[in-house]
Ligand binder design. Structure first.
Ligand code: IDP
Ligand code: MG
Length: 138
């Protein structure tokens, strides 16, 4: 059993696809074990995306991530890190497979609707960044 962090980014909330994203998780037997809506500060977004601090898009990305409400969730299931990444689709929505969340709803490489952890170590860091253990259902 694995856990991963999912975020419905501010553009996903703005576009009204919170329900649709969650529907896809549930339809794929992915369990939500923690969930909340937050407005990230710029500093909080910078800390979350610290691995990207030297990338050219770091400043606009962290502006975007702190631009409005986002929904953060902990997902649980077998192989859920990879399965969530599969449902999300490639970072660039133009390269994302048909039927993926990003292909269906994103219109920008940066504003791409969802985040998902990419490995067990990043999942552990990212879950701990937003949730304490009392907020995660066991
Ligand atoms: P991921 O979200 O698919 O894991 P990462 O490479 O980890 O993709 O990048 C983190 C986020 O940074 C992306 O989801 C996207 O919002 C943004 N991003 C990635 N590459 C670019 C780019 O080339 N231009 C603008 N924004 C980007
Ligand atoms: Mg990533």
């Amino acid at each position: 059993m694995e856990r991963t962090l999912s975020i419905i980014k501010p553009d996903g909330v703005e576009k009204g696809v919170i329900g649709e994203v969650i529907r896809r998780f549930e339809a794929n037997k992915i369990k939500i074990v923690a969930m909340k809506m937050i407005c990230m500060t710029k500093a909080q977004a910078q800390g979350f995306y610290a691995v990207h601090k030297d990338r050219p898009f770091f400043d606009t990305l962290t502006d975007f991530m702190s631009s409005g409400p986002a929904v953060v969730m902990v997902l649980e299931g077998e192989n859920v890190i990879a399965r969530n990444r599969e449902l999300m689709g490639a970072t660039d929505y133009r390269k994302a497979a048909e039927g993926t969340i990003r292909r269906d709803f994103a219109t920008d490489i940066e504003k791409n609707i969802v985040h998902g952890s990419d490995a067990p170590e990043t999942a552990a860091f990212e879950i701990g960044y937003f949730f304490n253990r009392f907020e995660i259902m066991s």
